[in-house]
Design a protein. Structure first.
Length: 104
């Protein structure tokens, strides 16, 4: 109920430079932020350290060790493990029919 009222008030008053607008914007910022990260008893609070921490964690989770040296122009390593019978199709532009089928 309160969320609906706040939304109606925001629609009515808009994004003006009002006390209400700043309270809503700052509230969203607080909710959508990570203040501190704990990593094995070590606390990380500086922005650049948090970015580095998350980047390294995602690399550990989603990068294969043997693919880290791969660069965008060399597709040969991917073809070795691919079951695609015609690898040239991977780099071919989409046809209008494919776009329509995928979006409609």
């Amino acid at each position: 109920m309160w969320k609906t009222r706040a939304k109606q008030r925001w629609l009515k008053e808009g994004d003006g430079n009002t006390k209400f607008f700043h309270a809503v914007a700052n509230g969203r910022k607080r909710v959508n932020s990570i203040e501190v990260i704990e990593d094995n008893g070590r606390y990380i609070s500086r922005e650049e350290q948090k970015r580095s921490y998350f980047l390294n964690k995602f690399k550990q989770l989603f990068c294969r060790q043997d693919m880290r040296s791969w660069h965008h122009g060399d597709w040969s390593e991917l073809y070795k493990t691919s079951r695609v019978s015609n690898p040239e199709l991977l780099t071919a532009p989409f046809s209008m029919e494919e776009v329509k089928t995928a979006t409609y």
